[in-house]
Write a protein that binds this ligand. Sequence first.
Ligand code: C2E
Ligand code: CA
Ligand code: CA
Ligand code: CA
Length: 278
Amino acid sequence: AKKDGKNTYKLSSDDEDLSSYKKYALDRDMRKAISNEEFELHFQPQVETGNGSLCGAEALIRWNHKEWGLVSPGEFIPMAEENHMINGITDWVIEKVCQLLKEWKEKGLPIIPIAINVPPIRFMKKGLFQHVKTQLENYGIDPFYLEFEITEDTLLNIESSVYSTIQSLKDLGIRIAVDDFGTGYASLASIRKFKPNKIKIDKIFIDNINNEDKVDNGIICATLNLAKSLEMNVVAEGVEEFEQLKFLKKNDCDVIQGYLFSKPVKKEMFEHIMKAGY
Ligand code: C2E
Ligand code: CA
Ligand code: CA
Ligand code: CA
């Protein structure tokens, strides 16, 4: 038994070595990942609850690492926020989306607005507005086709410069969505400070629809009512089951995003989905 115990210990210690080596390697290699063209974007469709038609998509980054394969953003985005690579990565995503929109337009595809995750710290650094404006101009893209998703935390300890950047982006015609709504503390304060165009209800609430959780379902309905009275759109995230869709439809939620309709897909697959329109 002792030997087993020792083996077990040894195994988990190897595991730790592996994961800390992986972290070290990812942190090191991240610096070269943009110039090596190792990042790629996948797209997750958003569809209207009423008729299932395609109305938007969220761009989600993946890292094609030569040693570790496809690395998920959950693994490297927090790291990128710590080593400040996130700013360059965000700017890359913005440019890539504009470039793809141009390509799709030229192919004659019926393009739809693409949502981009813009993390808090990118707003703190200068040059975001100018970068966005330059990319839109370079690729000839109407700002209507861009939407920025901001997590509530950004909106909490908001500096006035961040506030004015968000306002400039809105004035330019870019829609602002509050991401992971309901999970932070800023929810109502953030909505009051500047009216976002859209709210994304976090998956944790959607997960509980089937359990008939009174509190969570109440939060969903209250959010939907609030959004309606302030003329904001609502997207329900992480919809996996038909029962959830039924509940959301019954309560007038405009748009859903989730595995029920589609997982995030590669560019080529997304082009097929756009062409088909659903
Ligand atoms: P998020 O912004 O909340 O994105 C939604 C995540 O939920 C995505 O995971 C998506 O694949 C997943 N998801 C969507 N529908 C379902 C569903 O029905 N069931 C389940 N189980 N999951 C679903 P992903 O792509 O792994 O991204 C994770 C997080 O990484 C994102 O959460 C976002 O915070 C961050 N992220 C992804 N791409 C980017 C990016 O380009 N820039 C930044 N700054 N962050 C990103
Ligand atoms: Ca998001
Ligand atoms: Ca989210
Ligand atoms: Ca999230």
